[in-house]
Design a protein around this ligand. Structure first.
Ligand SMILES: Nc1nc2c(ncn2[C@@H]2O[C@H](COP(=O)(O)OP(=O)(O)OP(=O)(O)O)[C@@H](O)[C@H]2O)c(=O)[nH]1
Ligand SMILES: [Mg+2]
Length: 277
C-alpha cells in the first residue's frame, strides 16, 4: 500500500506559516523522539530558511533514552540550532525554552536584543499543543490522540519578552520514502482512515521482531522469539480474544491491539531510528 496523506487544511497551514516567518525570531520544531528523522518535515526547512531552530525531541518517555541522547547530540551540532528533550518523565519548563531561545536569538542579532515571537511547528499528533499547555501550565490549546486536532494558529504570551504560536500539524504532499511513511503511520501521525491498520501493524511487527523480539516475548508471553509476523498475530489474537471466524485471527482487531500497545507505551520504549554514525 502506498501511503500519502495531505489534506487541504495542511496546504493552508503551510501558507499561513510562511506568512508569519517575517515577524518570527526562532522556530521550535517538535520531532517524535522515536523517529527523529522521519518526523522531520522537509518543507519546514525551506519555510524557516535562516531562522534559528530549537528542535524538541518529544514523547521521549516512549523512546529509548540512550538513542534519544545520541540524537540530541547530533542535532545540537547543527548551525544556529539547539536541541532539547521533552516527555512525560522529563518535562521542559518555560524557563528552559526561553533560555534556549535567548541564547540562539542573541547570537544572531546585531542589536544584541533577544525578544519576540517563537513558532511551534511539526508533524501532526507529535505533541505541539500539549507542549504549549505544559509550558503555560494550563490548558490553552485543544489536544487529542489523533492527527489534525489543531486547525488554526494560536498565539499566547509566554512572558514579558516572548510570544509563542501553536500551529496545525503538517506533512508534505508526497511521502516519497515509504519506509518513513510507514514509521509515521505506526507512531500515529497519519489518520487511521488514510491507511490500513493491518498493513501498518504488519510492518511494525516485522520491525519489532527484528530489533526488540525479547520485549514481545515478555509482553505477549511468547515461547519463542524467532517467529514471523503471522505467528505473532495468531498468538496475540488467541491471547487477547481477537479471533474471527473459524478461530483465525481477526487481522484488523489484532492490528489495532498491537498498534495501541505500541503507541501507548505498554510495550515499552522504542527508538525506530538512530542518528548517522
Ligand atoms: N507519551 C506521551 N504522549 C504525549 C506527549 N506529548 C503529547 N502526547 C500525546 O500525544 C497526543 C497528541 O498531542 P497534541 O498536543 O494534540 O499533538 P499536536 O502535535 O498538537 O497534534 P495536531 O494539532 O493534530 O497537529 C495526545 O494524546 C497527547 O496526550 C509526550 O511527551 N509523551
Ligand atoms: Mg495541536
Amino acid at each position: 500500500m502506498a501511503i500519502s496523506w495531505y489534506p487541504g487544511h495542511m496546504h493552508k497551514a503551510s501558507k499561513e506559516l510562511t506568512k508569519i516567518m517575517r515577524e518570527t525570531q526562532a522556530v521550535i520544531e517538535v520531532l517524535d523522539a522515536r523517529i527523529p528523522q522521519s518526523s522531520c518535515n522537509p518543507l519546514l526547512a525551506s519555510i524557516r530558511q535562516e531562522l534559528p531552530c530549537i528542535r524538541i525531541l518529544n514523547k521521549a518517555d516512549l523512546a529509548d533514552n540512550e538513542v534519544t541522547e545520541a540524537w540530541r547530540v547530533h542535532f545540537a551540532q547543527q548551525k544556529d540550532s539547539a536541541c532539547l528533550i521533552n516527555g512525560r518523565d522529563s518535562q521542559l519548563s518555560k524557563a528552559d525554552l526561553v533560555n534556549a531561545a535567548k541564547r540562539l536569538v542573541k547570537a544572531g542579532s546585531k542589536s544584541g536584543l533577544a525578544r519576540g515571537q517563537l513558532v511551534i511547528e511539526g508533524i501532526p499528533n507529535v505533541g505541539k499543543s500539549s507542549l504549549l499547555n505544559q509550558l503555560m501550565d494550563r490548558k490553552v490549546a485543544k489536544t487529542g490522540n489523533e492527527p489534525a486536532v489543531t486547525r488554526g494558529q494560536q498565539r499566547v504570551k509566554l512572558d514579558d519578552d516572548w510570544y509563542l504560536i501553536d500551529t496545525p500539524g503538517m506533512l508534505w504532499p508526497k511521502l516519497a520514502d515509504q519506509a518513513s511513511a510507514y514509521r509515521l503511520a505506526a507512531t500515529g501521525t497519519i489518520r487511521n482512515t488514510a491507511v490500513q491498520a493491518d498493513d501498518i501493524a504488519w510492518f511494525l511487527a516485522e520491525l519489532l521482531l527484528a530489533n526488540y523480539a525479547e520485549r514481545l516475548v515478555q509482553r505477549y508471553e511468547l515461547n519463542d522469539s524467532n517467529i514471523k509476523p503471522e505467528q505473532l498475530f495468531t498468538h496475540i489474537a488467541t491471547l487477547r480474544g481477537s479471533l474471527g471466524r473459524g478461530g483465525k485471527p481477526d487481522f484488523n482487531k489484532t492490528a489495532e491491539i498491537l498498534l495501541n500497545d505500541f503507541r501507548s507505551g505498554k510495550l515499552g520504549r522504542f527508538s525506530l531510528e538512530s542518528p548517522p554514525p
